[in-house]
Design a protein around this ligand. Structure first.
Ligand code: SF4
Length: 480
């Protein structure tokens, strides 16, 4: 019911604004690497405070049913990563069928860069990485049955995320300890955006070198509510936890002071691990269990193209530093780029053997192919655009082929092995051995005997094996 006489301005975005009728809003998370999303919980908190009736749907766990979408006036899909966007596009026809009168919105990093395609698929409103003000403004417009264009230039303050409409933490990815123990994992964010400009990164076109801290008090409130739900470990989903090193330290200190038994993990770039090496022992004492780091390549030329601000030697140093501190390292890679060679790929595998990192690298990391979405800073790299095909909405990026077709063929074969390894629950060591063989077969050279008697210690890992920039599997595309 909409009261035309509602005295509240639709632009009054303050926390005290209360709408005069309950607008039914459905927030959908297509994929968040098995983590309970902060981006839905924060949006839900604001929309509820505004008086909306909010339902959340996790596409990896819940079916899109008529019941879930009945009466929805606003359906907002969170597109925080490539895989999520691909899954969302598959789900859109069903969403439109089940909620024909809902206004469709997409938000998150991948929404603005895919705006044109999303609009062609029926998405009416596109919001970026700071969506809350826009969602509130949109809700107000819908309440008042206005179709005014949205100009969400404001940001709202962070408030305690509302996780009550999301499935319980126990149904999300858990932490697997090397001894087989299992820990319930919570997920929060201490910052949004990133101060770096790595050319391939999806954060860059949206945040353009800026980041925003979530206040310590809000982060702790969010952690507290997840510990109350059973979290024994917290994953920080910041693009880079050490963009604000003092902020990160304060959070780690507060977390440890209040919950000394809770461990945590964070994503930290190689450059920051070196620059802020002095903070690492304290982070370790505060519970830092493992660090995910986007190494991407071990070829300095490729690292330069990606503008990563680290070298192969820096990566090796970091492996030693973290080992010395007993902090596990979970490196991520983009092994297949237009600059990759077969020998370079074998060099990457050999380095993982040498550094005893086989158990530290998820098999999917060995098959990732460089994505070039619209707005990618790679397009600013001299001569790069001319080597690309057209933008292909089906893959949400520019198509490219490697000048050596054997490299593209190897990437496809590696991904086939990775998917099979995932299905058959092969160990990392088994998957690595198969990929080692494939890589050498591609060069028509005999594969040297793989000496993996000591593949390195198993590290704590999250139970979700897939990744944010990998092509979705058939199962992921059909599960809803
Ligand atoms: S890759 Fe990491 S460090 Fe680089 S811009 Fe993206 S989030 Fe920042």
């Amino acid at each position: 019911m909409v009261h035309a006489s509602c005295p509240q301005s639709p632009k009054a975005l303050g926390p005290d604004h209360k709408s005069c009728a309950a607008l039914r809003v459905v927030l959908i998370n297509p994929y968040e690497i098995g983590r309970q999303p902060f981006a839905l919980a924060e949006a839900a908190a604001w929309l509820r405070q505004r008086g909306c009736e909010v339902t959340c749907i996790e596409l990896s766990q819940q079916r899109l049913t008529a019941d879930a979408l009945v009466g929805a006036r606003l359906v907002a899909l969170f597109l925080g990563m490539h895989t999520a966007t691909r899954i969302a596009i598959e789900a859109l026809p069903r969403i439109r069928r089940l909620a024909p009168s809902a206004h469709l919105c997409a938000y998150g990093l991948y929404a603005p860069v895919n705006a044109a395609y999303l609009r062609a698929q029926g998405i009416e409103t596109i919001l970026g990485g700071e969506p809350e003000a826009g969602l509130l403004e949109l809700a107000d417009h819908l309440q008042q049955e206005k179709a005014a264009p949205l100009t969400p230039t404001q940001r709202v303050a962070f408030i305690k995320p509302d996780r009550s409409a999301l499935p319980p933490l126990s149904s999300y990815a858990h932490l697997r300890m090397p001894d087989g123990a299992r820990k319930t994992a919570g997920f929060t964010e201490a910052t949004r955006g990133c101060k770096h400009l790595c050319r391939h990164c999806p954060v860059v076109p949206v945040y353009q070198g800026r980041f925003r801290a979530v206040p310590l008090g809000i982060v702790m409130e969010d952690i507290r509510q997840q510990v109350a739900q059973g979290a024994q470990h917290i994953s920080f989903g910041d693009p880079d936890f050490l963009n604000g090193p003092m902020h990160a330290l304060r959070i780690a200190r507060a977390l440890h002071a209040e919950f000394p038994a809770i461990s945590f993990d964070a994503t930290i770039k190689i450059q920051h691990l070196l620059q802020h090496q002095a903070t690492l022992p304290e982070l370790k004492r505060a519970g830092l269990l493992f660090v995910t780091s986007a190494v991407e390549a071990v070829d300095d030329r490729i690292l330069e193209f990606l503008d990563k601000n680290h070298t192969r030697a820096d990566f090796v140093r970091v492996v030693g530093i973290l080992r010395g501190l007993d902090i596990a390292l979970s490196p991520t890679f983009i092994p297949f780029t237009p600059w990759t060679t077969l020998d370079g790929y074998i060099e990457l595998l050999s380095m993982l053997v040498e550094l005893k990192l086989i158990e530290s690298v998820a098999p999917v990391q060995l098959g990732i192919r460089l994505l070039v979405p619209e707005g990618s800073y790679l397009l600013k790299l001299e001569g790069f655009r001319s080597g690309l095909g057209d933008f292909d909405p089906e893959i949400l990026g520019y198509r490219w082929s490697h000048p050596d077709p054997r490299v593209d063929a190897l990437q496809r074969e590696v991904m086939t092995v990775v998917e099979a390894a995932d299905r058959r629950r092969l160990s990392r060591r088994e998957a690595f051995a198969a990929i080692w063989q494939l890589a050498h077969d591609a060069t028509r050279r005999a594969a040297p005997t793989l000496d993996i008697a000591d593949p390195g210690s198993a590290i704590p890992t999250m139970s979700e094996n897939w990744y944010c920039c990998a092509e979705p599997t058939e199962q992921q595309l059909q599960q809803f």
